[in-house]
Design a binder for this molecule. Structure first.
Ligand SMILES: Nc1ncnc2c1ncn2[C@@H]1O[C@H](COP(=O)(O)OP(=O)(O)OP(=O)(O)O)[C@@H](O)[C@H]1O
Ligand SMILES: [Mg+2]
Length: 267
């Protein structure tokens, strides 16, 4: 799959060029440039309202640019017809804050859903594939349980299993650890790493969790007021002199030291 013949040239799986988007007179994106090479993990951070989710929605084809282009695997998203969009989405595993699991279906059936909808696999093949995927996220024992009977972290893992069962080439995460305790957050970060290692997927992760971001990112991009103000390997971004980046990292350090001894009523 990787190109070893012509040197270490990686294909660009996601390529965003000069992306602009306004809602009314609010400029949510003011010229975003971002490239994510095949098989790498890019983590996008930035304060609330800086444009992270709007950027991701362009990559999913849910929003159209006012100006600029978004290419996914070399194809311009804004020019895709329904068929091309569906094909692209089949190759995108998406994990958001909400899990959107089917409460009335077992874990097994939740995870089997994309296989039943999108493939012609036999029930036997489906069973084998689902069991393997549940094993990968450590949920073999929970196959016959219902989402309501699981902890938040387990639900996340079911969501991840369902999002990755078709072995997507691209994984998109928008704040997947929001509202989770530190232990569960660590478990989710672990499955994000698995997505990279076991699927070789190209990942774009939005997370406010700086520690995990530094741990998993090949590249980090910091957004501020609709632009990416610093990007590159974590060690490079850490040294950025941009005031918004310094403020963002300083703020995180302050919060982290406060959270070491959790004050009463802290969220
Ligand atoms: N559909 C929409 N209609 C109008 N305004 C929108 C819409 N979507 C986003 N915005 C605005 O665009 C800006 C960027 O929003 P976005 O959701 O990308 O922020 P974010 O960086 O993801 O923030 P958070 O960390 O809180 O999720 C915000 O000011 C938001 O209010
Ligand atoms: Mg958001």
């Amino acid at each position: 799959m990787s190109d070893t013949s012509g040197g270490p040239v990686r294909k660009l799986t996601i390529e965003v060029r000069d992306l602009h988007k306004s809602f009314g007179d609010h400029q949510a994106l003011r010229g975003v440039d971002l490239v994510v090479p095949e098989g790498t993990t890019c983590v996008v951070m930035g304060i609330s309202g800086s444009g992270k989710s709007v950027l991701m929605k362009h990559i999913m084809g849910l929003l159209k640019p006012d100006k600029g282009t978004v290419l996914v695997e070399g194809q311009e998203v804004a020019r895709m017809d329904e068929t091309a969009l569906n094909e692209m989405r089949r190759n995108q595993g998406i994990l958001f804050q909400a899990n959107a699991l089917f409460d009335s279906q077992t874990v097994f059936d939740n995870v089997a859903f994309p296989l039943r909808e999108r493939t012609r696999m036999s029930e036997e093949e489906i069973t084998a594939t689902v069991n393997k995927t549940l094993g990968m996220v450590g949920l073999s024992h929970a196959a016959q349980r219902f989402p309501g009977e699981l902890s938040g972290g387990m639900q996340k893992r079911v969501g991840f299993a369902r999002a990755t069962i078709l072995r997507p080439r691209i994984l998109l995460y928008d704040d997947p650890t929001a509202g989770l305790d530190p232990l569960t957050t660590a478990a989710v970060n672990d499955i994000i790493m698995k997505g990279k290692q076991e699927l070789g997927a190209t990942s774009l992760v939005i997370t406010p969790d700086v520690a995990s971001a530094f741990g998993m990112a090949d590249t980090l991009a910091i957004m501020h007021e609709g632009r990416i103000v610093a990007s590159g390997p974590p060690d490079v971004v850490r040294e950025s002199e941009h005031s918004a980046v310094k403020a963002f990292l300083r703020n995180w350090l302050a919060r982290r030291s406060k959270n070491r001894t959790p004050p009463a009523g802290a969220t």
